[in-house]
Design a protein around this ligand. Structure first.
Ligand SMILES: C[S@@+](CC[C@H](N)C(=O)[O-])C[C@H]1O[C@@H](n2cnc3c(N)ncnc32)[C@H](O)[C@@H]1O
Length: 248
């Protein structure tokens, strides 16, 4: 099954999926610590968390003294981010909008985009528009760290379907690969009964070369790559890809 162009509008809802749950939530503090070490920001520095979702990293950055702006399309997730910040007694500036429509100009020391929150659009020009918006939002010399699924891994370990036990539900995935990316269909089956929910999403797949090319076209120069938050160099067998880039 192929994803619709606006799939993200119905996918990122708590009734279907929440990125700040289970293992992902438990990993957030360690991931934020890795990012802080790489960005080397001083207290009070401004950081844009693009597609911050329910704020699992944004709150950790704010706890370390950064002035964090979380930006996301999902109103539900932004409300959760605000509640998480209140509980942690930190300030977060939160803004709702589409990542293609960033209006910030020269105001951030750094920006992050985490947990494969990129590559969602059927047209590559929309990915580019997003990256150009990031570059515009950064101060000269500002840093951008992006963490996403590694295209080489996905293509090499491709399975057309599989299932996972997610605790309160089973998740069945059916995947269709194209030259450009993956159309994945998730079927969420609650263990306690109730209706199964199905959604299809698209993710354009990026390896180092393709990501470097897109970043460069947006005015962002790649500085370093890692295979994940362990900090190892990128390899085909690793499922994640992290890139640190600089504006200029
Ligand atoms: C996989 S989640 C990751 C969230 C967060 N970065 C994390 O690691 O928990 C992807 C996020 O991208 C957001 N998103 C999807 N499409 C978007 C768009 N067009 N503009 C802005 N945000 C979008 C979703 O609402 C969701 O919060």
């Amino acid at each position: 099954m192929r994803a619709r162009a606006d799939w993200h509008k119905s996918f990122f809802r708590n009734s279907f999926y929440n990125p700040a749950s289970g293992e992902a939530l438990r990993r957030a503090a360690a991931e934020a610590a890795f990012i802080m070490r790489r960005l080397k920001l001083k207290k009070g520095a401004s950081l844009l968390d693009l597609c911050c979702g329910p704020g699992r990293h944004a709150v950790e950055f704010a706890k370390k003294g950064l002035a964090v702006t979380g930006y996301d399309y999902s109103g539900e997730y932004l409300r959760e981010a605000a509640a998480r910040a209140k509980k942690a007694r930190v300030a977060l500036r939160l803004a709702r909008g589409d990542m293609r429509e960033l209006k910030f100009s020269g105001e951030f020391d750094a920006a992050v985009n985490l947990f494969t929150s990129f590559g969602y659009f059927l047209k590559f020009s929309d990915d580019l528009r997003t990256l150009k918006g990031v570059a515009r939002a950064l101060k000269p010399g500002g840093l951008f760290l992006i963490e996403l699924v590694n295209a080489e891994y996905v293509r090499k370990s491709f399975r057309p379907r599989w299932w996972e036990d997610m605790g309160d539900h089973f998740l069945l995935t059916g995947s269709e690969l194209t030259a450009d990316g993956a159309h994945d269909t998730w079927i969420r089956l609650p263990k306690k009964g109730g209706p199964a929910r199905t959604r299809t999403f698209f993710c354009r797949l990026y390896d180092r070369k393709r990501l470097s090319g897109a970043l460069a076209r947006a005015g962002l120069k790649p500085l370093k790559f890692w295979s994940g938050y362990g900090g190892a160099p990128p390899r085909e067998k690793h499922s994640r890809l992290i890139c640190l880039a600089v504006k200029g």
